[in-house]
Design a binder for this molecule. Structure first.
Ligand SMILES: [Zn+2]
Length: 124
């Protein structure tokens, strides 16, 4: 059984502290966990695909550049995984995830705004 927050982040079951069936009137759907208990929604950790997109916007490294590196190691590969893209950009610019998270917390302070920024609907 999988549990989800209002923003569709999946919770590993063994991490569940609060299990609250509820209804989100904005999105008209049921959810299992209120977003205030979700570490991704509270900007306490990154969802991998969000971080990957954020780095892509901020550091402008084309996915193709990373793909070339991956192909060099394994010719059969067809795509770049988010985790690989993140690792590549972090390595290249000597970043660390804690600092990036702090940057996002300070800049947006709110997951909805962060998501809008990733979708190109918000700039600041
Ligand atoms: Zn969430």
């Amino acid at each position: 059984m999988k549990l989800f927050c209002q923003n569709n982040h999946m919770f590993p079951k063994d991490n569940i502290v609060y299990f609250l069936y509820d209804y989100d009137f904005e999105s008209n759907r049921d959810y299992d966990i209120n977003k205030i208990y979700c570490e991704i929604c509270m900007l306490k950790m990154f969802k991998e695909s969000d971080l990957s997109k954020y780095l892509e916007i901020m550091y402008k490294i084309p996915k193709d550049e990373v793909f070339v590196e991956i192909k060099r190691v394994n010719k059969k590969r067809l795509k770049v995984h988010d985790s690989e893209y993140i690792e590549y950009v972090i390595d290249k610019f000597q970043l660390n995830k804690e600092n990036l998270l702090e940057e996002v917390q300070n800049r947006f302070g709110d997951y909805e705004l962060f998501r809008m920024f990733l979708k190109g609907e918000y700039s600041q």
